[in-house]
Design a protein around this ligand. Structure first.
Ligand code: HEC
Length: 158
Protein backbone atom coordinates (compact mmCIF):
# COMPACT_ATOMS: atom_id res chain seq x y z
CA UNK A 1 0.00 0.00 0.00
CA UNK A 2 2.98 2.32 -0.29
CA UNK A 3 2.05 3.31 -3.77
CA UNK A 4 -0.86 5.50 -2.64
CA UNK A 5 1.11 8.15 -0.72
CA UNK A 6 3.62 8.22 -3.57
CA UNK A 7 0.88 8.96 -6.10
CA UNK A 8 -0.62 11.58 -3.84
CA UNK A 9 2.78 13.27 -3.60
CA UNK A 10 3.06 13.30 -7.37
CA UNK A 11 -0.36 14.87 -7.65
CA UNK A 12 0.62 17.67 -5.29
CA UNK A 13 3.79 18.32 -7.27
CA UNK A 14 1.83 18.36 -10.51
CA UNK A 15 -0.65 20.83 -9.08
CA UNK A 16 2.08 23.07 -7.77
CA UNK A 17 3.78 23.13 -11.14
CA UNK A 18 1.00 24.76 -13.10
CA UNK A 19 -0.88 28.01 -13.13
CA UNK A 20 -4.38 28.08 -11.62
CA UNK A 21 -5.92 28.79 -15.02
CA UNK A 22 -4.69 25.70 -16.82
CA UNK A 23 -5.41 23.38 -13.92
CA UNK A 24 -4.01 19.96 -14.67
CA UNK A 25 -6.09 16.84 -14.51
CA UNK A 26 -5.65 13.10 -14.65
CA UNK A 27 -6.02 13.46 -18.43
CA UNK A 28 -2.69 15.26 -18.79
CA UNK A 29 -1.31 12.54 -20.98
CA UNK A 30 -3.65 13.76 -23.71
CA UNK A 31 -0.54 14.70 -25.56
CA UNK A 32 -1.49 15.77 -29.06
CA UNK A 33 -2.85 19.21 -29.83
CA UNK A 34 -6.20 19.95 -31.42
CA UNK A 35 -4.91 20.01 -35.00
CA UNK A 36 -3.27 16.60 -34.54
CA UNK A 37 -6.31 15.08 -32.87
CA UNK A 38 -8.35 16.24 -35.87
CA UNK A 39 -5.81 15.16 -38.47
CA UNK A 40 -4.98 11.75 -36.94
CA UNK A 41 -8.19 10.65 -35.26
CA UNK A 42 -11.34 12.60 -36.14
CA UNK A 43 -10.66 13.13 -39.84
CA UNK A 44 -9.46 9.59 -40.70
CA UNK A 45 -12.33 8.13 -38.68
CA UNK A 46 -14.88 10.27 -40.50
CA UNK A 47 -13.42 9.33 -43.89
CA UNK A 48 -13.77 5.64 -43.03
CA UNK A 49 -17.51 6.37 -42.75
CA UNK A 50 -17.79 8.70 -45.74
CA UNK A 51 -15.83 6.49 -48.09
CA UNK A 52 -18.29 3.69 -47.40
CA UNK A 53 -21.33 5.44 -48.78
CA UNK A 54 -22.70 7.02 -51.91
CA UNK A 55 -21.68 6.72 -55.50
CA UNK A 56 -18.64 7.79 -57.43
CA UNK A 57 -19.24 9.14 -60.91
CA UNK A 58 -16.42 8.71 -63.39
CA UNK A 59 -16.19 8.60 -67.17
CA UNK A 60 -16.63 4.85 -66.89
CA UNK A 61 -19.98 5.35 -65.18
CA UNK A 62 -21.37 5.21 -61.68
CA UNK A 63 -19.87 3.08 -58.98
CA UNK A 64 -21.53 2.22 -55.67
CA UNK A 65 -19.06 2.98 -52.86
CA UNK A 66 -20.91 0.89 -50.27
CA UNK A 67 -18.98 -2.02 -48.81
CA UNK A 68 -19.47 -5.42 -50.43
CA UNK A 69 -17.71 -7.51 -47.78
CA UNK A 70 -17.87 -8.01 -44.00
CA UNK A 71 -14.44 -6.40 -43.71
CA UNK A 72 -15.66 -3.43 -45.70
CA UNK A 73 -18.62 -2.86 -43.40
CA UNK A 74 -16.36 -3.27 -40.39
CA UNK A 75 -14.18 -0.40 -41.64
CA UNK A 76 -17.25 1.86 -41.68
CA UNK A 77 -18.18 0.72 -38.17
CA UNK A 78 -14.60 1.21 -36.94
CA UNK A 79 -14.58 4.73 -38.31
CA UNK A 80 -17.90 5.54 -36.69
CA UNK A 81 -16.65 4.31 -33.30
CA UNK A 82 -13.40 6.27 -33.63
CA UNK A 83 -15.37 9.46 -34.26
CA UNK A 84 -17.88 8.68 -31.51
CA UNK A 85 -15.15 8.25 -28.92
CA UNK A 86 -13.23 11.23 -30.28
CA UNK A 87 -16.25 13.31 -29.25
CA UNK A 88 -15.37 12.40 -25.68
CA UNK A 89 -11.69 13.22 -26.24
CA UNK A 90 -12.71 16.68 -27.42
CA UNK A 91 -14.45 17.31 -24.10
CA UNK A 92 -11.41 16.53 -21.94
CA UNK A 93 -10.77 19.49 -19.63
CA UNK A 94 -7.42 20.22 -21.30
CA UNK A 95 -9.01 20.35 -24.73
CA UNK A 96 -12.45 21.92 -24.45
CA UNK A 97 -12.47 25.51 -25.64
CA UNK A 98 -14.46 28.51 -24.45
CA UNK A 99 -17.40 28.81 -24.51
CA UNK A 100 -17.25 25.28 -23.17
CA UNK A 101 -21.02 24.72 -23.22
CA UNK A 102 -21.06 25.33 -26.98
CA UNK A 103 -17.92 23.29 -27.53
CA UNK A 104 -19.33 20.33 -25.63
CA UNK A 105 -22.65 20.58 -27.46
CA UNK A 106 -20.85 20.18 -30.81
CA UNK A 107 -18.66 17.38 -29.43
CA UNK A 108 -21.62 15.46 -28.01
CA UNK A 109 -23.60 15.83 -31.22
CA UNK A 110 -20.60 14.46 -33.11
CA UNK A 111 -20.70 11.37 -30.87
CA UNK A 112 -24.47 10.97 -31.27
CA UNK A 113 -24.30 11.22 -35.06
CA UNK A 114 -21.33 8.88 -35.29
CA UNK A 115 -23.21 6.30 -33.23
CA UNK A 116 -26.12 6.62 -35.69
CA UNK A 117 -23.68 5.89 -38.51
CA UNK A 118 -22.40 2.88 -36.54
CA UNK A 119 -25.94 1.54 -36.24
CA UNK A 120 -26.55 1.98 -39.96
CA UNK A 121 -23.29 0.19 -40.77
CA UNK A 122 -24.18 -2.66 -38.41
CA UNK A 123 -27.45 -3.02 -40.32
CA UNK A 124 -25.54 -2.78 -43.63
CA UNK A 125 -27.97 0.01 -44.45
CA UNK A 126 -26.42 1.83 -47.43
CA UNK A 127 -28.80 4.77 -47.41
CA UNK A 128 -28.53 4.98 -43.63
CA UNK A 129 -24.74 5.27 -43.79
CA UNK A 130 -25.02 7.92 -46.49
CA UNK A 131 -27.59 9.95 -44.55
CA UNK A 132 -25.93 9.68 -41.14
CA UNK A 133 -22.57 10.46 -42.75
CA UNK A 134 -24.08 13.65 -44.13
CA UNK A 135 -25.48 14.60 -40.74
CA UNK A 136 -22.09 13.89 -39.16
CA UNK A 137 -20.47 16.27 -41.66
CA UNK A 138 -22.87 19.04 -40.59
CA UNK A 139 -21.45 18.86 -37.05
CA UNK A 140 -17.86 19.24 -38.28
CA UNK A 141 -18.89 22.31 -40.25
CA UNK A 142 -20.87 23.83 -37.38
CA UNK A 143 -18.02 23.53 -34.88
CA UNK A 144 -15.42 24.78 -37.37
CA UNK A 145 -17.70 27.71 -38.20
CA UNK A 146 -17.95 28.77 -34.57
CA UNK A 147 -14.44 27.97 -33.36
CA UNK A 148 -12.22 28.57 -36.40
CA UNK A 149 -13.97 30.71 -38.99
CA UNK A 150 -15.87 33.12 -36.74
CA UNK A 151 -12.78 33.96 -34.60
CA UNK A 152 -10.76 34.48 -37.81
CA UNK A 153 -13.39 36.81 -39.19
CA UNK A 154 -13.53 38.68 -35.90
CA UNK A 155 -9.74 39.07 -35.91
CA UNK A 156 -9.77 40.36 -39.48
CA UNK A 157 -12.32 43.05 -38.61
CA UNK A 158 -10.08 44.47 -35.88
C1 HEC B 1 -15.99 20.54 -31.03
C2 HEC B 1 -15.48 21.22 -32.18
C3 HEC B 1 -15.05 20.45 -33.40
C4 HEC B 1 -15.69 19.42 -34.01
C5 HEC B 1 -17.01 18.76 -33.63
C6 HEC B 1 -14.88 19.06 -35.15
N1 HEC B 1 -13.77 19.84 -35.22
FE1 HEC B 1 -12.29 19.68 -36.60
N2 HEC B 1 -11.33 21.26 -35.74
C7 HEC B 1 -11.75 21.94 -34.61
C8 HEC B 1 -10.80 22.98 -34.29
C9 HEC B 1 -10.89 23.96 -33.13
C10 HEC B 1 -9.79 22.91 -35.27
C11 HEC B 1 -8.55 23.82 -35.39
C12 HEC B 1 -7.39 23.15 -34.71
C13 HEC B 1 -6.29 24.12 -34.39
O1 HEC B 1 -6.41 24.80 -33.36
O2 HEC B 1 -5.33 24.19 -35.17
C14 HEC B 1 -10.16 21.82 -36.17
C15 HEC B 1 -9.40 21.42 -37.27
C16 HEC B 1 -9.72 20.38 -38.10
C17 HEC B 1 -8.89 19.94 -39.21
C18 HEC B 1 -7.56 20.55 -39.62
C19 HEC B 1 -6.46 19.86 -38.85
C20 HEC B 1 -5.07 20.39 -39.22
O3 HEC B 1 -4.23 19.57 -39.62
O4 HEC B 1 -4.85 21.60 -39.08
C21 HEC B 1 -9.54 18.88 -39.80
C22 HEC B 1 -9.07 18.08 -41.00
C23 HEC B 1 -10.76 18.66 -39.05
N3 HEC B 1 -10.83 19.58 -38.03
C24 HEC B 1 -11.68 17.67 -39.35
C25 HEC B 1 -12.87 17.49 -38.65
C26 HEC B 1 -13.90 16.56 -39.03
C27 HEC B 1 -13.83 15.65 -40.23
C28 HEC B 1 -14.89 16.67 -38.11
C29 HEC B 1 -16.19 15.95 -38.04
C30 HEC B 1 -16.23 14.53 -38.18
C31 HEC B 1 -14.46 17.68 -37.14
N4 HEC B 1 -13.26 18.16 -37.52
C32 HEC B 1 -15.21 18.05 -36.04
C33 HEC B 1 -12.90 21.70 -33.88
C34 HEC B 1 -13.84 20.72 -34.17
Amino acid sequence: MRILPLLAGAAVLALAACSPKAEKTQYDTSSVDMAELMAHVVDPGAFMVWRGAGTEVTEAGERDLSPTTEEGWKVVEDGAVIVAEAGNLLMLPDRAREPVADWNRHAKLMTVRALEAKKAAEAKDKKGVFDTGGRLYEVCVACHQQFIIAPQEAAEKK
